[in-house]
Design a protein around this ligand. Structure first.
Ligand SMILES: [Zn+2]
Length: 348
C-alpha cells in the first residue's frame, strides 16, 4: 500500500468541539495483538491485559494472544499455567477467554479484552500429536513449531545450518491444520518458515517478526519469507521489541517504519501487530539471564531491551490514519487481518 490519498474518517468521534483525546479509528479498528508475554508464573498479574481495551473515548474491546510456554517448558508446566491464567481471566470481568471468533466479537462489543493462548516450540508435545487437540481444547490457538534452535520439527532462526522442516514437522503442520491451530513461523529458520508455507493447507502467520530488509537480526524475516506467508493468505505481525525494530528502538516511528515497509511489500491485507510485550520487564531480563543459550548477543548487546507497551500499539491506528492510510486498511492492519486468519483456521 503506497496510497496517501485522503482518508475518510470512518467512525470519527464527534466531540462537540470539546478537546478530547483523539482515537478516531480505534472504534472501527479494534486491536488484535497476536502475541504478548505475561510472566510465565501461575500468579502473574493477568489483569494487566485489560490495558488493551482502549478507554480514550469509551472502552473499545480488543483481542490478545497470551503466551503460555516456550522451549524450556513441559506439557505439565503449560497445563498449570493455562489453568492459572484461565481462572484469573474468568475472575476478571474486563477479560474474557474466547474459544472462537464469534466469542471474540461478543467480548469486544462489551468492551472486554478477548484472550486466547499461544505456544512457542513443539517440543512440549513430547512427539505426541494428540496433544495438539488437548492444548486446543485448553484455548491454545497458535503454535510455533521451532523456537530459535533445532528440534524434531525443524530448524530455528539461530541455527547455523538450516535443513528446514522435517517429516515430523510436516505431520505436525497437517495435524495443526486439522485441529484448527494457526501455524506460526516466528522463531523458525528461514527454510523452515518457507516449508511451513509450502505444506500448510491454511494460512501461515509470522505472529511476531519484523522486517529483515530494514534491520538485520536473526529473528527478523526476509522479504522472501514474508511474501511466501502472504501467498498462503497469512499475516506478518510487526512486533514492538526494540532490538528487532532497530538499535533497541521501540518508539512509535520505529514500529511504523516496519509496518509501512511490510505494507509496501505485501499489501495492507497481510500485515498485523503483535507486541511481544513482557508485562514484567524485570522478569523477562531474569528469564534471559537464566537461558543464555536461547538468547544470542543480538538480544543483549544494547543493554536492557526496550518494548512497546500495549498503549503504543493502540496508537498505531491513529498514526497510520494520519499518514493517509484509508480506514479499511488501518482496520485490517490493527486487527482485521489476524481475525481473518483466525476465521480461516480456528475450528468453529
Ligand atoms: Zn517469541
Amino acid at each position: 500500500m503506497h496510497s496517501h490519498s485522503v482518508a475518510v474518517p470512518v467512525g470519527a468521534v464527534d466531540t462537540g468541539g470539546a478537546a478530547m483525546p483523539t482515537s478516531r479509528v480505534s472504534r472501527v479498528s479494534p486491536l488484535w495483538d497476536q502475541h504478548c508475554c505475561l510472566p510465565l508464573v501461575c500468579d502473574a498479574d493477568v489483569g494487566q491485559l485489560a490495558r488493551y481495551a482502549d478507554a480514550s473515548v469509551e472502552p473499545v474491546g480488543a483481542f490478545v494472544s497470551v503466551n503460555v510456554g516456550y522451549a524450556p517448558h513441559s506439557a505439565a508446566d503449560v497445563r498449570r499455567l493455562v489453568a492459572a491464567f484461565t481462572g484469573a481471566v474468568a475472575a476478571d470481568d474486563r477479560l474474557c477467554l474466547a474459544a472462537d471468533v464469534a466469542a471474540v466479537a461478543t467480548a469486544r462489543a462489551r468492551g472486554q479484552v478477548a484472550v486466547a493462548f499461544d505456544l512457542e516450540d513443539s517440543g512440549l508435545l513430547g512427539g505426541d500429536l494428540d496433544n495438539l487437540r488437548a492444548f486446543y481444547d485448553l484455548g491454545v490457538r497458535t503454535l510455533v513449531p521451532t523456537y530459535n534452535s533445532r528440534n524434531a520439527a525443524g530448524c530455528g532462526c539461530t541455527d547455523a545450518r538450516d535443513d528446514g522442516l522435517t517429516d515430523y514437522g510436516r505431520a505436525l503442520v497437517r495435524e495443526m491444520n486439522d485441529v484448527g491451530m494457526v501455524v506460526d513461523g516466528s522463531h523458525c529458520s528461514a527454510r523452515t518458515g518457507l516449508d511451513l508455507c509450502e505444506c500448510s493447507r491454511r494460512p501461515v502467520i509470522y505472529s511476531h517478526s519484523c522486517m529483515r530488509g530494514l534491520w538485520e537480526h536473526e529473528r527478523n524475516i526476509t522479504d522472501e519469507q514474508a511474501r511466501a506467508c502472504a501467498a498462503t493468505g497469512g499475516v506478518v505481525g510487526i512486533t514492538g521489541v526494540g532490538v528487532f525494530l532497530g538499535p533497541n528502538d521501540a518508539s512509535l516511528p520505529a514500529l511504523l517504519r516496519h509496518v509501512e515497509y511490510a505494507v509496501e511489500l505485501l499489501g495492507p491485507e497481510h500485515v498485523g501487530l503483535a507486541s511481544d510485550y513482557p508485562f514484567d520487564v524485570t522478569d523477562f531480563n531474569a528469564e534471559l539471564a537464566a537461558n543464555p543459550h536461547l538468547f544470542p548477543d543480538s538480544y543483549t548487546r544494547w543493554g536492557p531491551i526496550e518494548f512497546a507497551p500495549p498503549e503504543r500499539l493502540l496508537a498505531v491506528g491513529d498514526a497510520l490514519f494520519e499518514r493517509g492510510y484509508p480506514a479499511d486498511a488501518v482496520a485490517a492492519i490493527c486487527g482485521g487481518n489476524f481475525e481473518r486468519v483466525a476465521r480461516q483456521c480456528w475450528a468453529s
